[in-house]
Ligand binder design. Structure first.
Ligand code: SF4
Length: 534
C-alpha cells in the first residue's frame, strides 16, 4: 500500500506492475496532417464492421467514384441492398487461383485475408495467396501502395508467371489505394489491379466477373497492339462459341458436340484457366452468357465486336431455343440448325422421360445458374413454385425468366435469406434446394433439402447429359422424408437455436442483453440511414 503527498487517497499494489514505465506516443504532425478524417475513420473502423455507407463515402472521397459508379451499373442492387453472401472477394480470388502461371496478392485487413485464404484452401486452392500487410499509418501515408509496388516487382518473374493479380479489399478501396498506378507490366509479367470491395460488389459470383472482365480488357488491348501467343491447344478449325460461366467439366464438351452439326465448336470457358485462353475466347464470333451476371466480361466481348447469346442448352425447350439463337447469331443455314436440334432433342426427351421427378421443389442459390436448374427440374416433371437468386435480373437470363414465369414460377432476384426461408415456410415443399442456412432451416422442419453449390452445381446440366442428371439426387432426397421425420421426432425437445442441447437446469436466457444489443443494432442502422441521406 502506498501513499504519497501528490496522490489522492490510497493505491493498492500487489506486485511491481504499477512501477513499469509506460511509453506514451506523440502524434506525428506530418502523418496527422496527411490524414483525411474520412479515411482515418475508415482505416480504424475496418470493413465489415463499418457500415457500407461509411465505407462507400470514404471510397468516394478517396477518388474511387468512377469504379463504384461502374460497379453500381454492372451489378445493380435491389429490391434490397445486398443478399447475405460470403465476402465477395472470394469470387475473384478463386478465379485467379485457378489460373495457371498467375499469382495473387491481396491487400486488405489481416482478418479478411485470413478468412479468404482459409476458404480458398478449404476449396483446394493448392496455391499461395500473397499478402501485403498494412497498419493505419502505412495505409494513410501511401506507404501501403509503395509496399504493394515493391512486392509486385519482387514477384514479377516471367519464368514463373504470366500475370499477377493484385486485389484491393474493402479498407484499401475505401482509402483509395491507387492500384491503377501500378506498372502495367514488369519483365513481361502483366499486372492486373482490381478493387473488390464488399460495399460495391453484391455477391462473390459478380466478383468473378470483375476479374474476368479486367483480364479480358487487358488481353483485348494486347490483341489490338499486335500479334499474341497462340493458345496451348492450338486454334480451332471451326468458328467458336466462347462460354461465360464456370460449369461442370463435361458441359463444355457436351455443348461442343451439340454445336458440331452447325459447323461450330465450343471455345474456352471464361473465367479461363490460363492467360492465352483469353485470346482464344476473344477470337470467338459469339459469346454464350451461360451464367447471366458476367456484365464486365460481356462488355469486353461486345467491344471486340462479338455477339452475345443468353440462356443455355438445358432441358428440351431450352436446348432447342439456344441452338436456334446461336445458329441465328452465326447466320447458320436453318437446315443445319434443324440438324443440330434433331440430333439431340429426341435424346433429351428420352433422358427426361426416363428420369422423372415427382414433387414440389423450392430453389435458391447464389451461383447464377438457378434459373437454368429450375428449367431442368420443371422439364423433369417437378413443380417449382419459387426460385430465389442472389444475382440480379439481366438481359441474358431473360429467356429463362420468361419460360419459367409462363409456367407460374415466382422468381426473386437479389433474394435475401428471409425471402428464401419465407418461401420454404409458405410452400412446405417436398424438397428445398438452397444455401446452407436454407438447408438447415428446412431440415429443422423435417423437410428434405440439398445444398445447391455442392450437390446441384457440381452436376452436368447441358444437353442430353444434363437432362437426367438431377433426378437421381433429387428423388433420393425426396424419398428421405421419412428419415427426416424420424430424426425430427428423435431430437424433439432438445431446444432450439441458442437454447439447443441437453441442459441440467433451464438455459439462462438474457432477454435484457438481447434487447440492449438490438438497441445498438437499431442505432447503427439509423446512423447508416442518416449517412445515406447526407
Ligand atoms: S474484404 Fe470481405 S471480409 Fe473484408 S471487410 Fe470487405 S467484405 Fe468484409
Amino acid at each position: 500500500m502506498t501513499h504519497s503527498s501528490d496522490t489522492k487517497g490510497y493505491e493498492v499494489g500487489y506486485d511491481d506492475a504499477g512501477k513499469v514505465q509506460i511509453i506514451e506516443g506523440e502524434a506525428r504532425e506530418d502523418v496527422t496532417e496527411a490524414l483525411d478524417a474520412g479515411v482515418q475513420a475508415t482505416a480504424l473502423e475496418g470493413g465489415c464492421t463499418a457500415s457500407a455507407g461509411t465505407m462507400e463515402t470514404a471510397a468516394r472521397a478517396a477518388g474511387k467514384s468512377d469504379i463504384l459508379d461502374q460497379y453500381a451499373k454492372d451489378y445493380p442492387k435491389g429490391p434490397h441492398d445486398q443478399p447475405q453472401s460470403m465476402c465477395p472477394a472470394f469470387g475473384s480470388l478463386r478465379v485467379g487461383l485457378r489460373m495457371k502461371r498467375v499469382a495473387t496478392i491481396l491487400s486488405g485487413s489481416a482478418c479478411c485475408v485470413y478468412g479468404l485464404t482459409f476458404v480458398s484452401h478449404f476449396y483446394g486452392a493448392r496455391r499461395s495467396v500473397g499478402y501485403v500487410p498494412f497498419d493505419s499509418e502505412s495505409l494513410v501515408t501511401g506507404k501501403l501502395f509503395e509496399d504493394i509496388r515493391e512486392s509486385v516487382h519482387d514477384m514479377a518473374d516471367p519464368d514463373r508467371y504470366d500475370a499477377i493479380v493484385v486485389t484491393n479489399l474493402c479498407v484499401p478501396t475505401a482509402s483509395g489505394v491507387p492500384l491503377r498506378l501500378l506498372p502495367r507490366e514488369i519483365n513481361g509479367v502483366r499486372i492486373v489491379g482490381i478493387d473488390v470491395p464488399g460495399f460495391g460488389i453484391p455477391t462473390h459470383a459478380e466478383a468473378k466477373d470483375v476479374l474476368a472482365g479486367a483480364m479480358l480488357k487487358y488481353a483485348r488491348e494486347e490483341v489490338k497492339a499486335g500479334p499474341v501467343a497462340r493458345p496451348v491447344g492450338g486454334k480451332h478449325d471451326r468458328p467458336t462459341v466462347a462460354l461465360l460461366g464456370e460449369m461442370f467439366p463435361a458441359d463444355p464438351m457436351m455443348i461442343g458436340a451439340m454445336l458440331a452439326p452447325m459447323g461450330l465448336a465450343a471455345g474456352p470457358v471464361v473465367p479461363t484457366r490460363e492467360w492465352r485462353e483469353l485470346y482464344a475466347a476473344l477470337d470467338c464470333g459469339v459469346a454464350a452468357a451461360i451464367h447471366p451476371f458476367y456484365t464486365a466480361a460481356v462488355r469486353e466481348f461486345q467491344a471486340a465486336g462479338r455477339k452475345i447469346v443468353g440462356s443455355a442448352p438445358v432441358g428440351h425447350d431450352g436446348t432447342a431455343a439456344w441452338l436456334a439463337a446461336i445458329g441465328d447469331a452465326y447466320n447458320v443455314n436453318p437446315d443445319m440448325i434443324a440438324a443440330a436440334q434433331n440430333a439431340f432433342l429426341p435424346a433429351i426427351k428420352g433422358a427426361l422421360a426416363g428420369s422423372q421427378i415427382n414433387g414440389t421443389v423450392t430453389l435458391s442459390g447464389y451461383e447464377g445458374s438457378e434459373l437454368l436448374v429450375a428449367r431442368l427440374l420443371i422439364d423433369s416433371g417437378a413443380d417449382v413454385p419459387y426460385v430465389g437468386t442472389a444475382c440480379p435480373r439481366t438481359e441474358w437470363s431473360r429467356p429463362d425468366a420468361e419460360w419459367l414465369e409462363a409456367k407460374g414460377v415466382k422468381i426473386v432476384y437479389r433474394a435475401s435469406l428471409e425471402d428464401d426461408l419465407a418461401a420454404v415456410d409458405a410452400i412446405k415443399p417436398d424438397l428445398a434446394i438452397g444455401t446452407t442456412p436454407v438447408v438447415q432451416h428446412a431440415k429443422e422442419r423435417g423437410i428434405p433439402s440439398l445444398y445447391f453449390t455442392n450437390l446441384i452445381s457440381a452436376r452436368p446440366l447441358m444437353g442430353p447429359a444434363g437432362a437426367g442428371s438431377l433426378a437421381q439426387v433429387v428423388n433420393a432426397a425426396i424419398a428421405g422424408k421419412e428419415k427426416m421425420d424420424t430424426m425430427r421426432a428423435f431430437f424433439e425437445g432438445v431446444g432450439h437455436g441458442d437454447t439447443a442441447g441437453v441442459w441440467e437446469g433451464s438455459p439462462n436466457l438474457r432477454p435484457d442483453f438481447r434487447a440492449a444489443h438490438q438497441k445498438k443494432l437499431d442505432k447503427m442502422a439509423r446512423a447508416a440511414k442518416a449517412q445515406e441521406m447526407i
